[in-house]
Design a protein around this ligand. Structure first.
Ligand code: SF4
Length: 258
C-alpha cells in the first residue's frame, strides 16, 4: 500500500490488517469493504478478515500482524506523511504490545517520514506509550477519532499521551460534538461520510468544531462533505467538494518544540 487519495496524508502503511467495530463511527468502515475486495483479488494478507452480511461487509474478528510490512518505510527514500493502518487500528486489543513496539522501532529508524496514527482506542494508546515507549518521537503524530458527542471522552484520553502532535479526526461527523476541550490538541480534521450507507453531516456541526478550533488555536483541516452536501442533499463526493464557508481549509499543525 502506498499512494493514497486521503487528502491529509501522502501514503498509507498497513502493518496490521483487520479490525472490529468500536462505536457508531465504524458502522460503514470502508476498510471492511476494501478487505473483501483485496481478498477477492487474491491478496493473502486480507484473507478471512471480512465477510458478506446482506448488502454489507463485516469484520470476522481476525486481526493480522504483518511482519513483512515492517520493512516498507525503509524503502521509501522520499520523505512522506504516512497514515499508519488505514485498514485497522494499531491499538486494537488483538495487536500485541510486542508488535506495536516493532512499529515504533521502524518509525524511530526512519525519521525522514512523519507518521500519523489514528485510533478509536486511545486508552490503550496512552497505556502503551506511557508504560512501554516512554519517549516522544518528533516524527510521530498521535490521534483519536471522534464521530459525535458520545465519544468525546477520547479527547481527554488523547491529551494524556506524550506526543509531538496530537490530533482529532472528526470523521465521519455524524452528530454534534457539543462543547469540547481542545487544549493540547494541535490539529483537527473534519469530514462527512461517503458511500451507499452514508449518514448526513450538518454545516452547523462543522461550525461548532471550527469556532472551537479558532478559540484554542488548533489547526483546522476540512477534508470533504462526503455523500451529503451542506444543503442536506445527496450527490457524489466530488460534486459536494471540499469548500466550507467559501474556502478550502488545509491547515496543518506546527510541531511544538520538544
Ligand atoms: S476502528 Fe477504524 S478500522 Fe476499525 S472498524 Fe473502526 S473505522 Fe474500521
Amino acid at each position: 500500500m502506498a499512494e493514497t487519495q486521503i487528502e491529509w496524508t501522502d501514503a498509507t502503511w498497513n502493518p496490521v490488517a483487520g479490525c472490529t467495530i468500536a462505536t457508531e463511527g465504524c458502522k460503514n468502515c470502508y476498510a471492511m469493504e476494501m478487505a473483501r475486495r483485496l481478498e477477492a483479488m487474491g491478496v493473502g494478507k486480507y484473507m478471512g478478515l471480512a465477510r458478506r452480511s446482506g448488502k454489507r461487509s463485516v469484520w470476522t474478528g481476525v486481526v493480522r500482524e504483518d511482519q513483512s510490512a515492517l520493512s516498507i518505510p525503509y524503502s521509501w527514500k522520499k520523505p512522506r506523511k504516512i497514515f499508519v493502518n488505514s485498514m485497522s487500528d494499531l491499538f486494537h486489543e488483538r495487536v500485541s504490545d510486542k508488535f506495536i513496539l516493532s512499529v515504533w522501532k521502524v518509525m524511530e529508524e526512519t525519521p525522514h517520514h512523519n507518521y500519523q496514527i489514528l485510533t478509536k482506542r486511545p486508552s490503550r494508546m496512552v497505556e502503551i506509550v506511557q508504560a512501554k515507549i516512554g519517549k516522544v518521537l518528533p516524527n510521530v503524530w498521535l490521534g483519536a477519532s471522534v464521530e459525535d458527542a458520545r465519544v468525546t471522552d477520547r479527547i481527554a484520553e488523547l491529551r494524556k499521551v506524550p506526543a509531538a502532535i496530537r490530533f482529532i479526526s472528526f470523521e465521519p461527523l455524524i452528530g454534534s460534538v457539543g462543547s469540547v476541550d481542545l487544549d493540547g490538541i494541535h490539529w483537527a480534521i473534519v469530514g462527512g461520510e461517503s458511500g451507499r450507507f452514508a449518514r448526513p453531516i450538518r454545516e452547523e456541526w462543522v461550525d461548532e468544531i471550527h469556532s472551537q478550533c479558532v478559540e484554542s488555536g488548533t489547526a483546522f483541516f476540512f477534508k470533504q462533505w462526503g455523500t451529503w452536501g451542506k444543503d442536506n442533499k445527496r450527490r457524489s463526493k466530488k460534486a459536494n467538494g471540499r469548500e466550507y464557508r467559501g474556502q478550502v481549509w488545509n491547515e496543518m499543525p506546527s510541531p511544538p518544540a520538544l
